[in-house]
Ligand binder design. Structure first.
Ligand code: PHE
Length: 455
């Protein structure tokens, strides 16, 4: 029942690049390094990797299976599979989560635009010390006008692409740029690991110190695995719904997960050696990469050019992620509420821009948002925790319960394998979806609630 009017990827390769475009973004290059830094390094990275393969991959495949079978947005998909139940609410939560993530993600993406501007017009490639770089960064994020305006600009760019529809807009942008991003990152990683003192950074990243594992570290690692793979809110349901009938879906899903994880590790290889070399504290919070990276550029030959290339690519990687966030929400209003794509895109972009304001003002510009009215956590970090960790974890948990126990693993496999391409280790997939994912994520969430260690 391929419905040509909804649009489709041009082929498996187009899907891989678009889905990798969704997965690869600020989650890998901004969120992964700073979260690893806040959570003690190696132990976090190890748990993150375990979660990627034990929970992330089965959830990717589950979401894609639902999307391919139903060819719907997350709410419509559950309505089609299990009509008259509460399950469509799970899709609804995903849509809300996508909207909320978009609103703080756009703030960080806005910072990236400003760094791109800085790289082109001179300021970014010039700083040599971490202190100078930190001063530039604080001035930017504390600016009550610039930060919100840049996030609006980013949402506007996103809306322009989403308005254009699936394959013409989204696919074209991802096709060339994701591989180029990989190459630029690899070159930067080589420079970084050869800096004086780099080995300390490598040790920090890869040598797990098990005494550092707390429930907070485990939640952060789970949230990071899901966030980075764009899971738990229906993005992969939506992207799977545009997957061409004849192509190999299981393989495409696994490739996306591997590609995404490699980019995160590559970002770690750039940030941590440079950070130890420049004497920056790994526990630097959301500003970490923005402060550390300029010190790498200043030590690269043709550093200015590298900086321009890097921030341009990072902006685009962020854009292919915000596109997927907005696309999920738009596809819901188009399919279920029968809005035109045009109307849905602009209204939702406007809403996300308004909701971005408190996050944009929470990094020093306005005290109320910097402490979230006295809660002791800034609004952006709070949003990142609530939606990026908890909501995605809850979404992934329920999705596994749905596929494992309601819809059924055989039905999911039939959808995944409908083109005749088999999923290797399909018994393992069933085991992970039915037992490992619900039990592991369930225990983590219940433990958090009982011990009230939310943040
Ligand atoms: N995975 C994206 C990133 O790493 C962010 C994202 C999360 C996109 C959830 C869609 C859904 O940047």
């Amino acid at each position: 029942m391929a419905s040509a009017s909804r649009g489709q990827w041009s082929g498996k390769f187009g899907f891989i690049l678009a889905a990798a475009g969704s997965a690869i973004g600020l989650g890998n290059i901004w969120r992964f390094p700073y979260t690893a830094g806040e959570n003690g390094g190696g132990a976090f990275v190890l748990i993150y990797l375990v979660f990627v393969f034990a929970i992330g991959v089965p959830v990717v495949l589950s979401e894609l299976a639902i999307g391919r079978k139903t060819e719907r947005n997350p709410v419509g998909a559950f309505k089609a599979l299990v009509p008259g139940t509460m399950w469509p609410w799970l899709g609804g939560l995903g849509i809300m989560t996508g909207f909320a993530i978009l609103s703080f993600y756009a703030v960080i993406a806005g910072w990236t635009l400003s760094y791109l501007y800085g790289a082109i017009f001179g300021t970014v490639g010039d700083v040599t010390t971490a202190a100078e770089s930190g001063a530039v960064f604080s001035a930017l994020i504390g600016d009550a006008w610039l930060a919100p305006v840049l996030s609006f600009a980013f949402i506007l760019l996103t809306a322009i692409v989403v308005r254009g529809g699936v394959s013409s807009g989204i696919e074209k942008a991802s096709k060339i740029l994701m591989p180029v991003l990989f190459v630029v990152l690899a070159i930067m990683a080589v420079r970084s690991v050869t800096l004086p003192g780099a080995h300390e950074g490598l040790e920090y990243l890869f040598k797990p110190d098990f005494s550092k594992i707390t429930i907070g570290v485990v939640v952060a690692a789970l949230g990071q695995a899901l966030f980075s793979l764009s899971l738990g809110m229906g993005a992969m349901i939506t992207y799977g719904s545009y997957f061409p009938e004849k192509e190999n879906l299981p393989q495409a899903g696994v490739i996306v997960a591997i590609f995404d994880t490699s980019i995160a590790l590559l970002a770690g290889l750039i940030i941590f050696p440079a950070l130890f070399s420049a004497g920056v504290d790994p526990n630097g919070g959301p500003g970490l990469v923005f402060v550390v990276l300029p010190t790498v550029f200043s030590q690269l030959p043709a550093g200015h050019l590298f900086a321009i290339g890097f921030y341009a690519l990072l902006s685009i990687a962020a854009l292919t992620s915000t596109i997927s966030l907005l696309e999920v929400v738009v596809s819901y209003f188009v399919d279920e509420k029968h809005w035109s794509r045009e109307k849905a895109t602009w209204l939702l972009a406007l809403g996300a821009s308004i909701f971005a304001i408190p996050s944009a003002l929470s990094q020093g510009a306005v005290d109320f948002f910097t402490t979230t009215g006295g809660l002791g956590i800034d609004f952006l970090t709070l949003q990142n925790n609530i939606w990026g960790n908890y909501s995605l974890s809850f979404g992934a948990l329920m999705l596994c319960v749905f596929v494992g126990w309601k819809w059924g693993v055989p039905a999911a496999l039939a959808s995944l394998e409908s083109s005749g391409h088999k999923l290797p280790a399909s018994a393992l997939f069933g085991f992970l979806v039915r037992y490992v994912c619900p039990v592991a994520v369930g225990i983590i969430l219940v433990y958090i609630v009982i011990t009230q260690q939310y943040f």
